[in-house]
Design a binder for this molecule. Structure first.
Ligand code: 13P
Length: 282
């Protein structure tokens, strides 16, 4: 029922658009993202961080939640379920055992040799699962952990790509998780070099807050998957805050779903921006 990220990202890469990864945090977000993406006819990747998995109860809960919603809501678009920033072989294995179709192994804090070694171990777990690896280090704040950015070195990328069987490459090129201080400083020259050298789908993390024209340029330079989390959180928070400060209604279904329209609007905008609208059925 789930598809691999590599299938939909390879097609996007060949045809010059990108697949959105929307991060999920709970049942409601998953439902809103699935419903809107179905309406827009876009293939999608649902990204789940280890923190979100822990919050929701575990890998099996997330798998059951996503696949049950796909079934009960009659979702027909291709959906990939992806572990976002898996920090260890064990975490990737748990995701695969639970039924995820795609994993990211993020050993980017370690030296390149160790990063390549762990990435290879993850690639060997199951050849049917898509594997994303990170080179350099994407900075910013995610799962409440803050880190500095380290731009990916082109030689390091060459090593990672030639010595592993990864399907997707997250090369840190100036994007950060969370909010940007000023304009993002994406290194487009290096992006072009990496595109020409790797000829494989690249992943742009930290999609929230990157101006639309920079996202379009990144797609033309090989980014075939763009991740969004913070922007959904911000619009949801704003809408819920407005609701609770102007309303006495304490029904949790009303409180949480007061952010539904805002989330769906961002999902539709990002699908339009990435050019994935209608691609589910082509
Ligand atoms: P943002 O939260 O900045 O959108 O980044 C999401 C992301 O890259 C998840 O891996």
């Amino acid at each position: 029922m789930l598809v691999n990220s590599k299938e939909i990202c390879n097609k996007a890469y060949q045809e010059g658009y990108a697949i959105p990864q929307f991060n999920i945090n709970n049942l409601e977000w998953t439902k809103y993202i699935l419903e809107e993406s179905e309406k827009q006819g876009s293939p999608i990747i649902l990204g789940v961080s280890e923190g979100a998995i822990k919050y929701m109860g575990g890998y099996n809960v997330v798998y059951s939640l996503v696949t049950s919603l796909i079934k009960d809501l009659g979702i027909k678009i291709p959906v990939s379920l992806h572990l976002d920033h898996g920090t260890s072989l064990e975490s990737c294995k748990k995701a695969i055992d639970a039924g995820f179709s795609s994993v990211m192994i993020d050993a980017s804090k370690l030296d390149l040799e160790t990063n390549i070694m762990i990435t290879n171990q993850v690639c060997d777990l199951d050849e049917n699962i898509s594997v994303e690896a990170e080179v350099g280090h994407i900075g910013g704040t995610e799962d409440n952990i803050t880190a500095d950015i380290a731009y990916a070195k082109v030689n390091d990328v060459a090593e990672m790509v030639s010595r592993t069987k990864i399907d997707l490459l997250a090369a840190a090129l100036g994007s950060v998780h969370g909010l940007y201080k000023g304009e993002p400083k994406l290194d487009f020259d290096r992006m072009l070099q990496i595109k020409e050298m790797t000829k494989m789908p690249l992943v742009l993390h930290g999609g929230s807050g990157i101006p639309d024209e920079m996202i379009r340029k990144s797609i033309s330079l090989g980014m075939a998957k763009v991740n969004f989390n913070t922007e959904l959180q911000i619009v949801w928070h704003r809408a819920v805050k407005e609701f609770v400060t102007t309303n006495e209604n304490y029904d949790p279904r009303k409180v949480i779903s007061s952010g539904e329209k805002a989330i769906k609007e961002v999902v539709a905008q990002k699908i339009e921006l990435l050019g994935s609208k209608g691609k589910a059925y082509e």
